[in-house]
Design a protein around this ligand. Structure first.
Ligand SMILES: *Cc1c(COP(=O)(O)O)cnc(C)c1O
Length: 469
């Protein structure tokens, strides 16, 4: 046995104890540290290069070195003043789940090898489906993120649309298969179209209506033109919470249009799906329950650790058609449980669902609803304060994404954002809303306080003055 790889129990205790304390001290320092990296990358690269793997370090030394580099060498998405893209401070139960999973390292490809883990994941998936109000039988699974869930939807929709797609691929279609997303949807759709073998142009980017939502007239005319030109529409995607501006496409209208034309209807609620946890705010997602399939990211508003998406569908039959294989070496025997490896993109699979199971077990839907509401309250506080300083909010997001422009239209949005980020006090980003450069602010952390909001306002005001138009 190689001791450094499989150390004896007393050494493990020592390492784990030290690591726990080290990580706790880092997290305690976090609120007073820079959100953006401050590391001297040149010094870091030299030290990194010294790990030539010819000599050995102790685990303690190596792990401590890594933690020190990470403390200064990352944009801290778990910082209370990270007002950025949808990467929240992970919940503590989710972090605990990762430790538990790492210890057992269960293989979730089949229910035969990991009956308890597969059942726990299914339990969470069914809880999500019921919460949304999906008609039975709904099914789903955990994915590495929203992109994989959206990719799953494309494969299902293609499989459903053309009986020979499974065996012959895209050439089985009588014309070029095409699907519809708004131009403000997530760019991953372009990659997904490429991966699915239907080509990037298959992702039709439909113009928005001036308020960041899919323009229904433009959608209809694009479909009309495609049909005229012999293309084969197979899916309409509504985004519930666009990345740039947190806008929600008209869900019912998209759904009705899709159903009328016999197209698959997918809702990409990677971030916005968090609203389902709130008893009242969930109405903002009305129409999501009519979807053939849904993407919700566990690692976004639900604040699971990174790499945790959820895919849901009301068409379990199509899910099996899309992902089934008969593998003689797989220990599948239980006919009552669908094995994950024959109903999803992945094969060997990590126990991702435990992060949400533990978080939901301690917080319940009510606790998560509260979390969602609290981030929105902090977001509204920010809007009030910054508009009082003369800034303008240009969007009206139901999911807490604020796009603002400074009082003086001649100021450079980019220069302001660079200044804020470089100062390290807070993290915000540049986005485009309806063709205009804006500053995008989203309260993602469940640990953001009114003081953090004040600090952000101050950082933005200072940046305006120092970058002066
Ligand atoms: C984040 C996001 C994605 C991509 O999800 P990943 O988890 O990053 O793979 C897709 N769509 C929307 C609307 C998103 O917000």
């Amino acid at each position: 046995m190689i001791d450094c790889l499989f150390p004896p129990v007393q050494d493990r205790l020592l390492f784990e104890d030290r690591l726990t304390r080290l990580l706790l001290s880092v997290s305690q320092r976090l609120p007073d540290s820079s959100v953006a990296p401050t590391l001297d990358m040149e010094r870091f690269r030299i030290e990194l290069a010294a790990f030539a793997f010819e000599e050995s370090e102790t685990l303690d030394t190596a792990a401590q070195w890594v933690v020190r580099q990470m403390e200064d060498g990352l944009v801290h998405v778990n910082h209370p003043r990270y007002f950025g893209l949808f990467n929240p401070t992970p919940t503590f139960p989710a972090q605990m789940a990762d430790r538990i999973v790492a210890a057992f390292n269960p293989q979730l490809a089949t229910a035969t090898t990991s009956p308890v883990a597969v059942a726990i994941e299914n339990h969470v998936i069914q809880a999500f489906a019921r919460r949304i109000g999906l008609p039975e039988p709904a099914q789903g699974h955990f994915t590495t993120g929203g992109s994989e869930a959206n990719y799953t939807a494309v494969i299902m929709a293609l499989t459903q649309s053309c009986p020979n797609f499974a065996t012959e691929g895209a050439r089985a279609f009588l014309g070029a298969p095409v699907f519809y997303v708004s131009q403000d949807s997530h760019l991953a759709w372009i990659k997904i179209a490429h991966q699915a073998g239907i080509g990037r142009r298959a992702a039709r980017l439909v113009p928005t209506d001036g308020d960041g939502q899919m323009d229904m007239a433009a959608l209809m005319s694009t479909i009309h033109d495609d049909l005229e030109n012999g293309c084969v529409p197979f899916m309409i995607v509504a985004t519930a919470g666009t990345t740039n501006a947190g806008m929600i496409d008209p869900l019912y209208a998209c759904s009705e249009l899709a159903k009328g034309l016999g197209l698959w209807f997918h809702v990409d609620a990677a971030w916005g799906g968090g609203l389902i946890a709130h008893d009242e705010l969930c109405v903002r997602l009305a129409g999501i329950e009519t979807a053939d399939s849904i993407t919700i990211d566990g690692h976004k508003w639900f604040a699971a650790t990174m790499g945790c998406g959820i895919f849901l569908t009301t068409r379990p039959q199509v899910l099996s058609e899309a992902f089934q294989v008969a593998a003689y070496f797989m220990p599948s025997s239980n006919p009552t449980v669908v094995d994950p490896y024959v109903s999803s993109v992945q094969w060997s699979r990590r126990f991702l669902g435990l992060r949400l199971f533990l978080s939901l077990a301690v917080a319940g839907w009510a606790g998560y609803g509260h979390h969602v509401e609290q981030t929105l309250v902090m977001g509204n506080l920010f809007v009030n304060k910054i508009t009082n300083c003369g800034w303008t909010m240009v969007n009206d997001s139901p999911v807490g994404v604020t796009c603002i422009v400074p009082p003086d239209p001649a100021s450079s949005v980019r220069a302001i954002v660079n200044h804020v980020v470089a100062a390290g006090q807070a993290w915000v980003s540049v986005a485009t809303f309806e063709g205009r450069e804006v500053i995008r602010v989203c309260v993602t952390s469940g640990m953001t306080t009114p003081q953090d909001v004040d600090d952000l306002v101050a950082a933005l005001q200072t940046a305006v003055q120092s970058t002066g138009a």
